[in-house]
Design a binder for this molecule. Structure first.
Ligand SMILES: C[S@@+](CC[C@H](N)C(=O)[O-])C[C@H]1O[C@@H](n2cnc3c(N)ncnc32)[C@H](O)[C@@H]1O
Length: 189
């Protein structure tokens, strides 16, 4: 998987290929997760799965931490993150956006474990899920590379094994209403 993601990041560098390497704006995170208040108060932020690093770059005036499966992705944001290791218990707000559908259950549980371990007791992990109906927008290639789509109860069950969901965003519909996405605020148990 790591090799495959490195290849995607490399392609993005060379010819601007954006199929899998997205670069969402910080504002889109704040809007989707409805977490502007928590973000404004946050001193420390952590992003898991950084894509182009756009949102992370926009998180100015915060103490920024980041991780990604790809070394190329991490290299790209080295100038603005002060560690490459996964932080422990010092994070006010963590984001894991457009990543969950790319990983299997086991990896997602790992991400949840270290994402939640990174949080202060008052911190939140904002994580997005695509509903199984979204499968038509994902290529077979991605599924073969370990991606998985979960329905709402599967997602909630998995997340609740590791932490507690304290807020679920309203669903967002794409693709003529046939595809939906939602996000959770997750706290440590
Ligand atoms: C679709 S991009 C999302 C980027 C950004 N968060 C956004 O919303 O635009 C997925 C990112 O997750 C990373 N990724 C994939 N699997 C991962 C894993 N198991 N752990 C951490 N990062 C992962 C990829 O390398 C890529 O940078």
């Amino acid at each position: 998987m790591q090799k495959w993601w490195d290849e995607q990041h490399e392609k993005f560098n060379i010819n601007g290929e954006k199929k899998y390497i997205t670069g969402s704006a910080l504002q889109s995170y704040l809007d989707f997760y409805q977490c502007s208040t928590q973000y404004a108060k946050a001193k420390t932020v952590f992003e898991i799965g950084i894509g182009t690093g756009r949102a992370l770059r926009e998180m100015e005036n915060k103490d920024r931490y980041a991780t990604d499966i790809s070394e190329i992705a991490k290299e790209r944001v080295k100038d603005i993150t002060n560690v490459t290791d996964i932080p422990i218990k010092c994070i006010d707000i963590a984001f894991c956006n457009l990543v969950a559908q790319h990983v299997n259950d086991e990896t997602l549980q790992e991400i949840l474990k270290y994402g939640l371990a990174s949080l202060k007791p008052t911190g939140i992990l904002c994580m997005q899920f695509a509903d199984a109906k979204a499968s038509n927008i994902y290529s077979k290639e991605l599924m073969l590379k370990g991606g998985i789509l979960r329905n709402e109860s599967q997602s909630a069950e998995l997340v609740n094994q590791e932490g507690k969901i304290v807020f679920t965003t309203p669903k967002r519909y794409f693709n003529g209403g046939s595809v939906w996405w939602y996000g959770y605020h997750i706290r440590r148990k």
